[in-house]
Design a binder for this molecule. Structure first.
Ligand SMILES: C[S@@+](CC[C@H](N)C(=O)[O-])C[C@H]1O[C@@H](n2cnc3c(N)ncnc32)[C@H](O)[C@@H]1O
Length: 320
């Protein structure tokens, strides 16, 4: 569906959720691979576009040395998220290297042409309609120095898996949810939820050269013993609370019409993408009961071999 038929979508991300979701998304191993992959140097000037609370900004800032000219600027259009980004970055002791600026990257990034050695973004481009996407990418290329790299870190829902080894139905519904998200977001807003593996062709079209793509594992990986149980429990608690609130709201609704209204508020893309209200409720209740079992017996967390993992595609393109 073309952009003219899509509606304007204003999505707000919760700082609390972003921080929780990102806490273990860049493992030590993946960080080291990333630094190498983008050939990061301590004297680099970097811009992180759509930085949110600054999760990737800080991963990169760890390698930057202000004394030899390195610095990093995070750009976001959400004032609240930037407020959190400033506070968290200060707490992490990285505020001498990092600064944040409020700006809408689909309009203009308030930085000069050829400003930085690396222009990066993570989980940003998949929230843009085609015209906004093109405009933001052009802006990212404009502020990148000749000889510098533009870097996009994006998932593709196609390559994400939710797997519950003891519950086939839940696995099946989760797969349906993935497909519905792809279709629904596209239909409603023109977003491409599979953009991760399409970035190379977009970069090429916009004139970047020496394109490289690599896949990094990304997810919560309940089954992975390297992730602390405490963190897994925090995620489960957060998810359960949100799902429980949703189910309670539905249960209080007097009739189906009202229930559909409530579901549309939280899950419109899923409904537009072909999931029924019944399936959404079944999936929510299934996930909730999976989580509640663990919350009741926290020692079971180490027995949980469910998987929520995907590929984070990192693409780099050289500006010549
Ligand atoms: C999913 S969040 C990702 C945040 C961060 N990069 C991360 O990975 O944690 C998407 C971010 O893009 C920001 N964003 C969306 N549209 C934007 C725009 N036009 N200009 C600047 N930031 C934008 C949102 O405010 C949000 O912080």
């Amino acid at each position: 569906m073309g952009p003219s038929r899509t509606r304007k979508h204003v999505i707000r991300f919760q700082a609390e959720w972003l921080e929780l979701a990102r806490k273990y998304s860049w493992s030590k191993n993946n960080r080291d691979l990333l630094y190498k992959f983008i050939d990061l140097r301590p004297n680099h000037i970097i811009v992180d576009v759509g930085c949110g609370t600054g999760a990737l900004t800080r991963v990169l800032a760890e390698k930057i040395d202000r004394n030899i000219g390195g610095r990093i600027v995070g750009i976001d259009k959400d004032r609240e998220l930037l407020r959190s980004a400033v506070a968290i970055t200060k707490k992490a002791g990285l505020n001498d290297v990092v600064s944040f600026r409020l700006a809408n990257a689909t309009k203009a990034i308030p930085l000069p042409d050829n400003y930085s050695d690396r222009v990066v973004s993570q989980a940003f481009l998949r929230w843009l309609a085609p015209e906004e996407l093109k405009r933001s990418m052009e802006e990212m290329i404009r502020i990148c120095k000749r000889g510098g790299l533009v870097v996009a870190c994006e998932r593709s829902i196609d390559t994400s898996i939710l797997y519950y080894p003891l519950n086939n139905r839940l696995t099946k519904l989760s797969r349906k949810m993935g497909l519905a998200q792809i279709l629904g977001y596209e239909k409603l807003y023109g977003y491409d939820k599979n953009i991760g593996y399409k970035i190379p062709s977009l970069f090429r079209k916009l004139g970047l050269t020496r394109i490289r793509l690599d896949g990094f594992s990304y997810g919560r990986v309940a089954c992975d013993d390297r992730i602390p149980d405490e963190y897994k429990m925090d995620m489960i608690r957060y998810d359960s609370q949100k799902t429980e609130e949703f189910i309670k709201r539905l249960e209080r609704a007097p009739d189906t019409k009202k229930r559909i209204q409530i579901a549309r508020k939280s899950y419109l893309p899923l409904l537009k993408g072909g999931m029924t209200l019944k399936e959404i409720i079944e999936l929510s209740k299934g996930q909730l009961s999976h989580h509640q079992k663990i919350l009741r017996n926290p020692e079971q967390i180490s027995e949980d071999t469910s998987v929520d993992v995907g590929v984070l595609f990192v693409t780099t393109g050289l500006k010549v």
